[in-house]
Design a protein around this ligand. Sequence first.
Ligand code: ADP
Ligand code: MG
Length: 737
Amino acid sequence: MSTTRSHQTIEMDIDNFGRYRAMNGSNASYAPRDVTREFGEDYGSRIFAGNVIQRRLAPNVLDKLERTIHFGTKLDPEIADEVAAAMKDWAIENGCTHYCHWFQPLTGATAEKHDSFLSFDGRGGVIAEFTGESLVRGEPDASSFPTGNIRDTFEARGYTAWDPTSPAFITINGGEATLCIPTVFVSWTGESLDQKTPLLRSIEALNTHAMRILKSFGSADGIHRVTSTLGCEQEYFLVDEDAWSERPDLMLCGRTLLGADSPKGHQLDDHYFGSIPHRVLSFMGDVEERLYLLGIPAKTRHNEVAPAQFELAPLFESTNLACDHQMLTMSVLKNVAREHGMVCLIHEKPFAGVNGSGKHNNWSLSTDSGKNLLSPKSNLQFLSFVTAVVRAIDLHADMLRATVANAANDLRLGANEAPPAIISIFAGHLLQFMIDELIAGKTIQKAEGSFMELGSESLPKVERHAGDRNRTSPFAFTGNKFEFRAVGSQASVAWPNTVLNTIIAESLDHIATRIEEAVEDGMDDAARNAAIMTILQDVMKTHSRVVFNGDNYSDEWKQEAERRGLPNLRSTPDALPAMETDKAKALFDAYNVLSDSELEARVEVLYESYVTVCEIEARTQMMMLNTMVLPAVARYQSEVGESVAASNAAGVESAAMKSRLEELVGLTASLYGSIQELDAFLSAEFDCVKQRAVDIRDTLLPAMERARTSCDALEGLVPADLWPLPSYTELLFGGLA
Ligand code: ADP
Ligand code: MG
């Protein structure tokens, strides 16, 4: 960076502004969006579902496909050719030349390998072809995806298999339209190498045991399936692309590894729910348009707590679909941001000392007839489901914690902005009342919903929710769903929901079994209810210790949680062992979600990812310190040194410059010491990834923190025009408005 940084910044802003305007057409960004279609028209026009398939498939084929989609019946292989042909015609009409099997390997990202429809026609020409076999099965090379040692590198064969329950869709990126077919990804031996396979298995387990509960209450008539529903609130940051491209840490790691605080952050609370900057709103509009065409129901948008932080929330959907839609939403956010000259940072903690980003995972249970089974009712059926959730979270808090453990989320959990690592349930007023009544053995009554007085006759009466909010709780009952708030913003939600579904399936199984044993044919209602009450009371008494309605950020809660025996697993190396216990293995095995070797592989990948991410960050930090920060500091030191020498030569004592020089020399020495520590750590050989993870947490991360402290102090001293990196002020406040 030259010494004219401030000039460059001005040019950069002008340039950027011009580019932004140019991109949206002259002044177009300030004009209302041209939406002439009817509300709802074109919704989902880029997915192979709804009207699209009704118009294109023969009635008997459509019927079979829809039975698979809605009731989970096994797909009839006979229909694959016909579905493939219709899909191909539709894709080609929409500009596609290629299709891909779209899957979610254990990298946490999505993967796609494109194939064109091109085929020889046998007469020297070509035709477009897409067979049922190509739709149903793909064969990407699996050797370069993480397998957690489930396979050797030379055993490369992997298969993708069509998931008909999530509709194929067309993406348009860089002007290229591609037909994407959601698939699972398994090894040649049939072991899962992806996020979707265990999720689908967990949904099956949940369905089986939730249906048993419904049957035992005589309410299964006309209901084919119970599935979990999911709505994820996505938080993210936006930064100007030019500023981003000057920060190797943002480019390589998605977060800043250096950077002094900006004098202004969110102290004034003036950003949260504030009016959305016009550049951002224009971006959000484009994002929503893409999602709308993909049939992804984006509903809510707003400014979040931190400067430059925003949120998007969709309407909820069944979990498998919602998970796919969540992955697509993240990719749309990233792609559209670049088109607007910005970069969307989905990292959990892009800026130290500034609120991080999460992804509230709103989870509930629904019948295929659309009935929410967690909608409060003063009956035993509702209580059975709630009791199952309480039991599951208490028994498996450690595993739920492990599902959100990674290097990035470690920077956020427990930092008084996100829930702590202790997993507990916030029940709220209504549910707590019901739990208390149940434990006391009283007949359950619903606490009356009450109305709020707003103090003016002219205002409508607002019905109060069943409970207040508790932002600090990791797992909160919010009216008719549970909100798991510890999930990180860039996480694939498939894994946390796989575990959530599985642990709740187990508790539903437990309760259903006990009810089935206790209830005898010919029992009258009173005796039957009394028997069920006794079971629920017993389970609730054992597990209600996990319910906590107070401030989860307080130190008292940490002590109280310890007294209650709740685990507090602070870091990833603390949390991951919960997935290696006999308890975890038995659970996944019993519900056919993951075999022992599949589970082991997953845990291995999580450890490897933790180690790799942290090492990349440390190397990036070292590179920036060596090649950007130290040279800038040296330049300033020599300037100050010259100034001191000049004063001395003139016979005047410059105490200020002398002490500045000493300060610089002192901080530089500390910084250099930390760099050497990083270097030594990274050069050392290791052979056990688990031990390496622990060493990283205990040795590398503290050294990076010390390096950062020295560097950030230097940033406060070195002239802005010499400092080689855009500052927090520039990143968080420059360019978005
Ligand atoms: P809040 O702001 O109180 O958290 P919202 O109603 O805004 O509540 O919902 C937040 C998210 O929860 C949305 O994505 C929404 O779709 C989702 N959600 C609402 N009801 C359910 C449900 N029954 N199952 C799953 N997710 C739900
Ligand atoms: Mg919420």
